[in-house]
Design a protein around this ligand. Structure first.
Ligand code: NAP
Length: 219
C-alpha cells in the first residue's frame, strides 16, 4: 500500500485544527457559565442594601413625622405608622406633628392618623411641637409643602406670610417625600427643598414610605 504523505499531513492539520476549536469553545462556555452564576448574587446583594435615608432614620434618637396633603392623596398613612413603629422598636423616639391647615379640611391629618392606629400620645399640635425641632435629629415630611414653607414665617412679601408652619427647617436633618419640587396649594415656591440639610426622596408617598419600611427592616 502506497502512502500519500501530503494527504496524511493535511488530515493531521485538519484534526489538530478541529481539536483546537473544540478546546476554545469548551473554555469559553466555562467562562460564560461562571459570569452568569455570579451576576444574580451580586444583584441580590444590591437589592438587600438599605437606603441612606433608612440608615439616617434608624440612627436617629428622635424623628418627627410631618404628614401633608400628599400623604392623604397617596394613602400613605398606614405605611407611615408602620415605619414609625419599626423605628420605635429600634429605640427611636417618634412623634407626629400636625399643622392645623395641613391637607384640605380641618382635622384631615388627625382623621388619617387615627385610621392608621397612631396612638394619640405621640401626635402633637403645632404649638406643642414647634419648639422641639432644634432638638430633633430628623424631620420626615410626607407629602407636605405649604405647611413647612419657611417663607410663611420669614418672607413678609410672600402670599403665605403669617400662615402657621411647622419649623422643620430647624431640625438637624430633613427628609422630604414628594414627587417633585413643585409648589403646593398656595402655588408658592419652597426654598427649603434646596437647603443643604434637606434631602428629597422623590416618588409617590406610599411607594417611598413602603420602601423605607423595607429598608429599615433590612438594617
Ligand atoms: P400642599 O401645600 O398642597 O402640598 C402637598 C404636596 O404634596 C404637593 O406639593 C405635592 O408635591 C405633594 N403630593 C401630591 N401628591 C403626592 C403623592 N401621591 N405622593 C407624594 N407627594 C404628593 O399641602 P400641605 O403642605 O398639607 O398644605 C395644605 C395647604 O392647603 C395649605 O396651603 C392650606 O392653607 C391649604 N388648605 C387647607 C385646608 C384645610 O382645612 N386643611 C383647606 C383648604 C386649603 P408634588 O406634586 O411635587 O408631589
Amino acid at each position: 500500500m502506497e502512502f500519500n504523505t501530503e494527504l496524511l499531513i493535511r488530515i493531521a492539520y485538519f484534526v489538530a485544527a478541529v481539536l483546537v476549536i473544540l478546546g476554545l469553545k469548551l473554555a469559553w462556555s466555562k467562562m460564560t457559565r461562571q459570569t452568569d452564576t455570579q451576576a444574580p448574587s451580586s444583584k441580590k446583594k444590591k437589592a438587600r442594601k438599605a437606603s441612606a435615608e433608612a440608615a439616617t432614620l434608624a440612627a436617629a434618637k428622635s424623628v418627627i413625622i410631618i404628614p401633608g396633603y400628599g400623604m392623604a392623596i397617596a394613602q400613605a398613612h398606614h405605611a407611615a405608622w408602620e415605619l414609625a413603629s419599626i423605628l420605635q422598636g429600634k429605640g427611636v423616639r417618634v412623634s407626629f406633628a400636625i399643622n392645623p391647615v395641613a391637607g384640605r379640611m380641618p382635622g384631615h391629618m388627625d382623621i388619617l392618623l387615627a385610621e392608621a392606629g397612631v396612638p394619640y400620645d405621640i401626635i402633637y399640635d403645632l404649638d406643642n411641637i414647634n419648639n422641639q425641632f432644634p432638638d430633633c435629629d430628623v424631620a420626615l415630611a410626607i407629602g407636605a409643602n405649604d405647611i413647612i414653607n419657611p417663607a410663611a414665617r420669614d418672607d413678609t412679601s410672600s402670599q403665605i406670610y403669617a400662615m402657621p408652619i411647622l419649623n422643620v427647617d430647624k431640625a438637624r436633618k430633613l427628609i422630604i417625600i414628594k414627587r417633585g419640587q413643585g409648589s403646593g396649594f398656595s402655588g408658592t415656591e419652597n426654598q427649603l427643598f434646596d437647603e443643604d440639610h434637606a434631602h428629597m426622596c422623590l416618588g409617590d408617598a406610599k411607594d417611598v414610605v413602603e420602601k423605607l419600611v423595607a429598608d429599615v427592616k433590612a438594617l
